[in-house]
Design a protein around this ligand. Structure first.
Ligand code: FES
Length: 158
C-alpha cells in the first residue's frame, strides 16, 4: 500500500470543496459500450490505477468514460478532465493535457487559463510534488490514448 498521504493537500478551501465534490460525484464515471481506445494507467508510487475510454467520431472525441480507483486528487482530476473532452479534436485534447501538465509544473500563467475549467482548482497541487503524479494520472492516460496506434493498452506513469 502507498506511503503517500492520501489526504487532500491544504489547498484554498473553495478549491478543496470542488475537488471533494468531483471525488464524491465523479463526472463520466462508467464504461463505454464500444470505445475506440482504452488505456489503463497505473501510478507506480501507490499502485492506484485508472482506465480511460474514448470514442471518436472522425477526429473528435464523441464520448468519454473512466473507471478505477485512487485518491481524491487523482479522481477529481480525471473527472474534471473528462468534462472538457467531448467535442474536442485530438489536437485540442492534447493541448488541454499539455496546459494542465504545465500548470502542475508550476506555470502560474496557465493557472489563470479559464479554458481549463474546474481543473484550475488543482493548481495548488503543484506545491506538493509527491501529489503531482496523482493529478496527472488521468492526463497520462489521455496522452497515451491520443497516440495513433492504440486500441487497448496498460501502461505505467512515466
Ligand atoms: Fe494513488 Fe494519489 S495516492 S493516485
Amino acid at each position: 500500500m502507498s506511503e503517500i498521504n492520501r489526504e487532500t493537500p491544504p489547498l484554498n478551501t473553495l478549491f478543496q470543496q470542488l475537488i471533494l465534490e468531483h471525488y464524491k460525484s465523479p463526472r463520466n464515471r462508467g464504461t463505454l459500450p464500444a470505445p475506440d481506445v482504452q488505456i489503463e494507467m497505473r501510478n507506480p508510487s501507490c499502485g492506484d490505477e485508472v482506465r480511460l475510454q474514448l470514442r471518436f467520431e472522425g477526429d473528435r472525441v464523441a464520448d468519454v468514460a473512466f473507471d478505477g480507483h485512487g485518491c481524491s486528487i487523482s479522481q477529481a482530476s480525471i473527472s474534471m478532465m473528462t468534462q472538457l473532452l467531448r467535442g474536442k479534436s485530438k489536437e485540442e485534447a492534447a493541448a488541454v493535457a499539455e496546459r494542465f501538465t504545465r500548470m502542475m509544473h508550476g506555470d502560474a500563467e496557465v493557472a489563470r487559463d479559464k479554458s481549463l475549467g474546474d481543473l484550475r482548482a488543482l493548481a495548488g497541487v503543484s506545491k506538493f510534488p509527491v501529489r503531482v503524479k496523482c493529478a496527472l494520472l488521468g492526463f497520462n492516460a489521455l496522452e497515451e490514448a491520443l497516440k495513433p496506434q492504440h486500441g487497448s493498452a496498460t501502461r505505467q506513469q512515466p
